[in-house]
Design a protein around this ligand. Structure first.
Ligand code: NAP
Length: 304
């Protein structure tokens, strides 16, 4: 119950009206007996600095950051975790003793969670990533941590792909200096015929585009949308892994197709829950987070 001692946590973004984060975090907080309340706070880019300062002044216990503010917060924040610095993106803010915020990123941990519980040894595997937007950056960093041998990024727009590859290249130059083993990263456009070769040799394919997502009955047409054409998905090797970052609908048309052809399928719900649980660990200092309570709360919200 909210009382005079309740502290706040929140999500800053725009829009935030469809977010599952309040449901999953408030369910976990109740289970953990913490007198904290998690709110979705719509925030315009121009108000970001003021809102961050204000929330720090009212002893806000922690924040999640979502679209479109992840990169802006990384620039505003003076104190960043090494991973947030590497990605140039913050999804979690932790209050520090000197009255400031520390920026962290739990998206990579969230993305990796279902891959780490799988029995497959991902080292030396070939991976195709569809799309190169905000979430793809964390996906690539995660795949590099798994030391996969090759990552091919397939994208529709040439300009966005080039920008994304330059950013990765810059980061790989730093890795070389640190002597970290790196995965080979290349790009290919949707219209390039070489795309078929990459798809047919992949062990893992990750969809980071919003193609197939539908958040309301009005968008139900998306439920049948596949990334690329259906026939290309018949050319993949047997028993590979399809990983779709989308968690609504469950399953997407692409994962349904993957399951029909006997592939291992992972949707975005576990990533969402695990990145949230990792944030809650950082805010509370408590290691054991009630993941199943969070998952059930998300499933109930997705049904309503
Ligand atoms: P984003 O930054 O907007 O990235 C969009 C990417 O998708 C771009 O590469 C874009 O290609 C491509 N794309 C968009 N529409 C397309 C279309 N019709 N055909 C082909 N390519 C298209 O999005 P994001 O923030 O990375 O999020 C992507 C998806 O991941 C969303 O559905 C989001 O809900 C989901 N997500 C899930 C989690 C989770 O925890 N499970 C976390 C983050 C995101 P161009 O460059 O050609 O425009």
């Amino acid at each position: 119950m909210i009382d005079a001692k309740t502290s706040i946590l929140g999500l800053l973004g725009q829009p935030v009206g469809h977010s599952l984060s309040p449901a999953i975090h408030n369910a976990a907080l109740a289970e953990m007996g913490l007198n904290w309340c998690y709110l979705a706070l719509s925030c315009k880019t121009n108000d970001l600095t003021k809102i961050l300062e204000g929330l720090r002044c009212v002893e806000c216990k922690g924040l999640n950051i979502t679209i479109p503010h992840k990169q802006s917060v990384a620039k505003i924040c003076k104190n960043l975790s090494p991973l947030a610095q590497e990605l140039g993106a913050v999804n979690t803010l932790i209050p520090t003793e000197n009255g400031e915020w520390k920026g962290a990123n739990t998206d990579v941990e969230g993305f990796l969670a279902p891959l780490k519980t799988s029995e497959i040894d991902w080292k030396s595997k070939e991976v195709v990533v569809l799309g190169c937007g905000g979430s793809a950056r964390a996906v690539i960093a995660g795949l590099q941590k798994l030391e996969v041998s090759r990552i091919t990024i397939l994208n529709r727009s040439e300009k966005n792909l080039q920008m994304f590859l330059s950013d990765i290249e810059m980061h790989q130059a730093n890795q070389k200096q640190l002597k970290i083993r790196k995965s080979q990263v290349t790009g290919c456009l949707y219209k390039d015929p070489k795309l078929k070769k990459y798809i047919s040799s992949a062990d893992l394919i990750v969809n980071t585009t919003p193609v197939g997502m539908s958040t309301s009955p009005a968008q139900a047409i998306n439920k049948n949308q596949l990334p690329l054409e259906e026939k290309i998905w018949k050319t993949v090797k047997p028993k590979i892994t399809f990983y779709d970052l989308i968690y609504t609908p469950r399953p997407t048309a692409w994962l349904r197709l993957g399951a029909e052809h006997g592939h291992q399928c992972i949707d975005g719900l576990e990533m969402l829950i695990e990145q949230g649980a990792a944030s809650l660990r950082l805010w509370s200092g408590i290691k054991d987070i009630p993941i199943n309570v969070m998952k059930n709360a998300a499933k109930v919200s997705l049904r309503t």
